[in-house]
Design a protein around this ligand. Structure first.
Ligand code: MEV
Length: 337
């Protein structure tokens, strides 16, 4: 079958074709990015407004090479084995899934996403979770949460060096979580009228590089630099604990102050950027109780704490005038026990 016939096969699927889907949503780190890599606690919220769906269907093997998989996503359409380097995490993940789930025939995987890529919103983990769930459904394989985490981390450890596992857990969590590598994940319960505003700088973040650079600071020969980086990571851990308490006591003034302090530390650790700093200043100028970057940094998204919905709207207006390309809101309410 030639390329045209293969493309036609893709576009003329009938209802009788086997179609299996998996999905996952985005995430917003309220506190604890970077320190999470060193087994410190973090608070992460689901971003259900943004999600990824993967669809798996059968595909004629004549359309495929030895990889047996055709991929169709915003950045690439074609044989998985020929995908560009920035999709290597998906390539390697799918090889493992085909083997472990005994998927022998040809398959097509298509991805649709409303999570912006490389913006600290968990798109790499969400695409992995969506693919794993869709492949498991296709193979009638019953996945345990531990297996889902294990397979997601295969992809995450390629996408970001030293992934803590926080994104892998957060993109399928249904409510706010307290995450600490190696510990049981727990659900957080709080109810406040406050709203988090997230805004995209429009600039691609660089999580892998930022994580490596923080690691380098922690292993610097220079005692002053190294000791300061260690103190910064410890302070970020304390701030996650203080933020959890502030949330549970509905003390938004303290939560905002903790967010501002975390941003100072993340800047010292070199993971902020001019664009993030500028949106953070804009949000504070619009009365945000606190503002910081979220995710890996060096671009990507920032978050700001608004007193309520009306306040969130005025912060969003200010952020959009200052160049934010997209905004989201997340209520700071996490279902009761
Ligand atoms: C990335 O979303 C969060 C980081 O802390 C990396 C990680 O925890 O794997 C920067």
């Amino acid at each position: 079958m030639n390329e045209v016939a293969c493309a036609q096969q893709e576009s003329s699927r009938s209802n009788s074709d086997r179609v299996y889907r998996g999905s996952a949503h985005g995430k917003i780190i309220l506190m604890g990015e970077h320190s999470a890599v060193y087994a410190k606690p973090a608070i992460v919220l689901p971003l259900s407004e943004a999600s990824i769906t993967a669809t798996v269907t059968d595909m004629e093997t004549e359309c495929l090479d030895s990889s047996g998989v055709r991929l169709d996503c915003e950045y690439y359409v074609g044989k998985l084995s020929k995908a560009p380097e920035n999709l290597r995490n998906i390539q390697e993940l799918v090889v493992v899934l085909r083997n472990d789930f005994s998927i022998d025939g040809g398959i097509s995987i298509s991805i649709t996403s409303s999570i912006p890529r490389e913006r600290g919103m968990g798109s790499s983990a969400a695409v992995a979770v969506a693919i794993i769930r869709a492949c498991a459904a296709y193979a009638h394989y019953s996945l345990t949460p531990d297996e889902l985490f294990h397979y997601t981390q295969i992809s995450e450890n390629i996408a970001h060096a030293h992934a803590s596992g926080m994104d892998a857990v957060a993109v399928s969590a249904e409510s706010a979580i307290w995450f600490q590598q190696g510990e049981e994940v727990s659900t957080l319960h709080f109810s406040t009228p406050a709203v988090l505003v997230a805004a995209d700088t429009g600039v691609t973040g660089a999580t892998k590089e930022a994580v490596s650079d923080v690691h380098r600071l922690l292993y610097e020969d220079d005692d002053v630099v190294r000791n300061r980086a260690h103190r910064d990571i410890e302070r970020l851990a304390d701030l996650s604990i203080a933020a959890k308490r502030a949330l549970q006591e509905n003390d938004m003034t303290s939560l905002g102050a903790h967010m501002n302090e975390a941003q100072e530390i993340l800047s010292t650790l070199t993971v902020s950027s001019g664009e993030l700093d500028s949106l953070i200043q804009t949000a504070r100028g619009a009365g945000a109780l606190g503002a910081k970057l979220t995710g890996g940094g060096r671009g990507g998204c920032m978050i700001a704490l608004a007193r309520d919905k009306a306040h969130a709207h005025s912060i969003i207006t200010a952020l959009e005038s200052a160049g934010a390309v997209r905004t989201w809101t997340v209520n700071l309410t996490s279902p009761s026990k």
